[in-house]
Design a protein. Structure first.
Length: 88
């Protein structure tokens, strides 16, 4: 079945802004490969918000799961990156 990476972030704008799955990326046969890719995305992913990335802080919340605070010009927006396996 394989592993995927989920990116949860703020989607939409204005009054319709909400938290949701922004992206599902890749299929990795091994968990370790997916974990390495998730950490790379925590460092490099360009989220929808903020418009400009003035720095970020990455927190590992569990094995294969990261919370990232991205500092913009006027606000900080978080996103989460995590390894997941689809359950049927």
């Amino acid at each position: 079945m394989g592993w995927v990476i989920l990116i949860e972030e703020t989607v939409g704008s204005g009054q319709s802004m909400r938290w949701g799955v922004g992206r599902v990326q890749g299929t990795y046969p091994e968990w370790e490969q997916a974990r390495e890719a998730a950490l790379a995305l925590a460092r490099e992913y360009v989220p929808n918000h903020p418009w400009s990335d003035n720095g970020r802080e990455i927190y590992q919340t569990s094995e294969g799961s990261y919370l990232v605070d991205v500092h913009g010009a006027t606000a900080t927006f978080p996103f989460r990156v995590g390894v997941a396996q689809r359950v049927e």
